[in-house]
Design a protein around this ligand. Structure first.
Ligand code: ADP
Length: 292
């Protein structure tokens, strides 16, 4: 079996229903449903402790679950075979690759583990480490090290790549380069699941995303659709003649501005009308909203 077809005709690379996981008293994953389509970049977004890593570890077959059905490339990760594992790309953090080996030696070494690996030279180029190919791993910067980790995750030419917080600790320039790499892999047809607590990262990369909070999916969809669905209303700001700054949250900003126009004869000082951003939506849904 290759995958699961949904009622809408999408082939699902990952199909999760009613997933639950507890650690003692802590419910880390509290009944999650997820469908990741073949060929898409799916973002699992949420604050620390939301249950992202636990979910990804279960999909990798590296953690047991308490309840729910999970299908990854048509198989249950809990009983995944070696052949199945070779189709799923996992990027380890703190990979225990031998520090004395060079980048090229390491990538070539890992290629031997897979039945149909990519060309090591091509993969080194893909992650932008050509200039470092003959450098020892221990001499790499943090960002270069992460790119090597990704190289090792894709050397087996996986159909699905699972990335858990891949850019945590990156500086902005390294993050942008990493995003380019993800887009390249996606263009080549790799299905990618990426967890992140950076909203801008999910917005930049994900075709669809699920927002996770407290072990539950609180919203799921295309970034634009989420903004449209949950980000209703607008904030109208202006300054009163006595200098007081005012803000009104309203579903009908045009009416509010029309009212202000009648009251102020001429320009309305400090007038600003703003629609909620996806960040506002995210903060609201994950209960981190700040009162402005
Ligand atoms: P995220 O990746 O979104 O930060 P995690 O899946 O790591 O979330 O954690 C979800 C919850 O489960 C948190 O409350 C965390 O403290 C708890 N948790 C995670 N791993 C373990 C573990 N091995 N033992 C006990 N509790 C854990």
């Amino acid at each position: 079996m290759i995958g699961v077809m949904t009622a809408h005709g999408y082939e699902l690379a990952v199909d999760v229903r009613g997933l639950r996981k507890r650690y003692g008293d802590v419910t880390a994953v509290d009944g999650i449903d997820l469908g990741i389509r073949r060929g898409e970049v799916f973002g699992l977004l949420g604050p620390n402790g939301a249950g992202k890593s636990t979910t990804v570890e279960i999909l990798q077959g590296n953690r047991s679950r308490d309840a729910g059905e999970v299908s990854v490339l048509g198989a249950d990760p809990a009983t995944g075979t070696r052949a199945w594992r070779s189709r799923v790309g996992i990027v380890w953090q703190d990979e225990s690759a031998p520090a004395e080996l060079t980048v090229r030696e390491t990538v070539r070494h890992f290629a031997h583990y897979y039945p149909r690996p990519r060309d090591p030279e091509q993969v080194i180029g893909l992650v932008g480490l050509e200039a470092k190919a003959d450098s020892r791993i221990k001499s790499l910067s943090g960002g270069q090290r992460r790119r090597l980790d990704v190289a090792l995750g894709v050397i087996g030419d996986p159909e699905l790549l699972l990335l858990d917080e891949p850019t945590t600790g990156f500086d902005p320039a390294a993050r942008r380069r990493f995003w380019d790499l993800i887009r390249l892999l996606a263009d080549e047809g790799t299905t990618i699941l990426l967890t992140t607590h950076y909203l801008e990262e999910a917005e930049a990369l994900a075709d669809r995303l699920a927002i996770l909070a407290g072990g539950r999916v609180v919203a799921e969809g295309e970034p634009q659709a989420l903004r449209d669905r949950f980000g209703t209303g607008a904030a109208v700001e202006w300054t009163e003649p006595d200098g007081t700054a005012r803000t009104e949250h309203t579903e009908t900003p045009t009416r509010t501005v029309a009212g202000l126009m009648r009251r102020f004869d001429g320009e309305i000082p400090g007038l600003r009308v703003s629609r909620p951003t996806l960040e506002d939506v995210y903060l609201r849904l994950t209960g981190q909203e700040t009162v402005r």
